[in-house]
Design a protein around this ligand. Structure first.
Ligand SMILES: Nc1ncnc2[nH]cnc12
Ligand SMILES: [Zn+2]
Length: 337
């Protein structure tokens, strides 16, 4: 098989992005623009000094900077501009459908109105639908290292915005905050008809992936890479067709898999697990989704057929309507590497 899989071909590959924190798309340049506009002081002299902080030992060292920097986001228009810039970049890299995680507790705790966050992101999604033909939705993530009552409040606010919010997720510091803590919150979300996903098995053990499946009854696992340590779990993910939203560059930057050549993406794929490639927090981790595809091509030898399969899985595993999925699968059919 001739398989010269170019950067351009990977960018043209029609795909869905299923694991993307909108706050993680805050580039240093925009952070400074918004800091100036909103009179927020950033503890860095300039863009270069902020960008120089993007060197992480683990998830927590990233989260410390991520929560501190998002303090520049204050208004509906700030969230719209953030999302607009992400969607434009993603579109150039082949993203046709984007499900955007957002962390409302991190904003409401700073006095930002829940609806301003949702409406700002929503404004940019509407614009991208009109101007770029993109589709998408919002997934409200609970901060697992905050009290469960706070997640309950966020869910209550979210249930008033199911015009925009299609599902719930679970993120932030993983170890020590097992999915079981959120069993009741997830039951309420599911009863309201929301989709359910959760980060598990990023830094946390395979037991957290079991809990996410058994107790939260999630439809997809975000990251899930440590599942590779548990053969029985891998077999279950494969047989139940649970998709993983994998983020290769994130795993390298946060030292979950310090060397990309050791990444379990292809081992999971070979075991029959449905895997997708995503960017997580691209402003912080060295690249948007196209860069993530390039990185696994270069480090793991991902082929055109495998890239096509990952894109197909991303579309099938998305929460888009059946009609939209069919349209995107037709586009994918026309892709030539
Ligand atoms: N990779 C990640 N893991 C957990 N929480 C997050 N919040 C933003 N990015 C995250
Ligand atoms: Zn994530």
């Amino acid at each position: 098989m001739t398989d010269a899989l170019t950067d351009d071909a990977l960018s043209a590959l029609p795909k869905a992005e299923l694991h993307l924190h909108i706050e993680g798309t805050l580039e240093p340049e925009l952070a400074f623009e918004l800091a100036t506009r909103n009179g927020v002081e950033l503890p860095y002299a300039d863009v270069a000094e902020l960008a120089a902080q993007y060197d992480f030992d683990d998830l927590q060292s990233f989260l410390d900077l991520y929560y501190a920097t998002m303090a520049v986001l204050r208004t509906r228009e700030d969230f719209a501009e953030l999302t607009r810039r992400y969607l434009r970049r993603a579109h150039v890299q082949g993203v046709r459908h984007a499900e955007l995680f957002f962390d409302p507790q991190a904003h409401t705790a700073r006095g930002v109105a829940f609806d301003d966050v949702v409406d700002g992101i929503g404004d940019a999604l509407d614009e991208a639908e009109r101007e770029l033909g993109m589709s998408g939705g919002l997934i409200l993530c609970f901060l697992r290292d905050q009290p469960v009552e706070s997640a309950e409040e966020a869910l209550t606010a979210g249930l008033a915005r199911t015009d925009r919010i299609i599902g719930v997720g679970l993120d932030s510091a993983e170890v020590g905050y097992p999915p079981s803590l959120f069993e009741g919150v997830y039951a309420r979300a599911r009863a309201a008809g929301l989709h359910v996903v959760a980060h598990a098995g990023e830094e946390g053990p395979p037991a957290y992936v079991w809990e996410a499946l058994d107790l939260l009854k999630v439809e997809r696992i975000d990251h899930g890479i440590r599942s590779i340590e548990d053969d029985e779990l891998v077999a279950r993910l494969a047989s139940e067709r649970i998709p993983l939203t994998v983020c290769p560059l994130s795993n390298v930057r946060l030292q979950a898999t310090p060397d990309l050549r050791d990444h379990p993406l292809l081992r999971l794929d070979a075991a029959g697990v449905r895997v997708t490639v995503n960017s997580d927090d691209p402003a912080y981790f060295g690249g948007y989704v196209g860069r993530n595809f390039e990185a696994v091509r270069d480090a793991l030898g991902v082929t055109a057929d495998q890239a096509r399969q990952f894109a197909r899985t991303s579309i099938e595993a998305s929460f888009a309507s059946d009609q939209r999925k069919a349209q995107l699968l037709d586009e994918l059919e026309a892709w030539r590497p």
